[in-house]
Design a binder for this molecule. Sequence first.
Ligand code: SF4
Ligand code: SF4
Ligand code: FES
Length: 359
Amino acid sequence: MKMALKIWRYDPVAGERALREYEVDAPDWATLLDVLDIVKDKHDGTLAYRKSCRMMICGSCGMRMDGAAVLACKTRMVDIAESGHVPVISAMGNMPIVKDLVVDMGPFWGKIRAVQPWLQPGYSDSGEKEYVVSQKEMDVIHKESLCIMCGCCVSECNSMEADPDFLGPAALAKGMRFVGDARDQASVERLQAYSDEHGIWDCTRCYFCNERCPKGVDPRDAIAKLGAEAIEAGIDSDMGAKHAKWFVTSAKTTGWLRETELVPKTQGVVKSLKEVKFAMGLLKHGKVPPPVPPHVAKHVDEARALYDLVGQQDRQGADGIVQAEKALSRLELHADGEPRDPYGEGSFPAPLSPEESAS
Ligand code: SF4
Ligand code: SF4
Ligand code: FES
């Protein structure tokens, strides 16, 4: 069938970008990568893109379709072609473009290296017997271990767009893969390093990385696990950690988030004094609820009971997030009482529909 697509080409010699349209004959089963292969083989041999495995495991073929990162070899084209939509293919974001759809992954690998992605077991001789990791221990890092380092999450990361030095979702997910490894003895040092500027607490929680990851790693959840582990280890001097702790206290005591007290609780009283002028402006426009008497939510008992329940279960650090992952996977796998295929149709966010692209 006929498949059309537009590709943002980049000529590094002339320093010019141009949007070119191609139409090819491709089989129904063709993926985006197959279509690019046909373009290169039969229409324009100068097109540059990366590929290797063609089966969603090497992580080479990350690129954008209609502005959202995808693995080209995972993206079937038949529905898009039948709809008449002509998708726009471009290089991944947040990384310099080398040529056409090829980006410079140097900064990406630099950040992966920065989190020291190797096991530090604390001994040089592993002894006679192997170290058996239990299923419970493996559950903590199961998703993080699935990363194929394709860069799709980094491409869409809002924090990295604002701060190119932010460690980013892929590197932090890799960091969690070692912090959560029962054999690793450097967790505290790792958590201290990842809690520095440009680390865990600089994530804006936009969840784009979870949405675009083609392997279900859910890097934002990995960052949440790192935050929980850092607080559990007493590494909580960053404002982000204080912010999170205050939200827990606030929800437990009055059942809602008392934003008015957030600034002094997070920044300390002295630093907060600098914000008085700003606060007065907000107050004048009715944007600041009076701190006393504190507003207490109608069903505050439920919030307190939930807090107590979590406390009784003693799920500290990442364990609490692992518990939520399991609960969510049960919901996702059993719709209407029927088991559901997690990799079936609709399980992965599709590229934008024609209507969405046009708007
Ligand atoms: S976390 Fe997902 S999107 Fe990010 S590099 Fe790993 S596999 Fe790719
Ligand atoms: S949730 Fe955090 S790490 Fe993930 S894309 Fe958003 S800002 Fe980046
Ligand atoms: S070519 Fe290997 S992941 Fe697509």
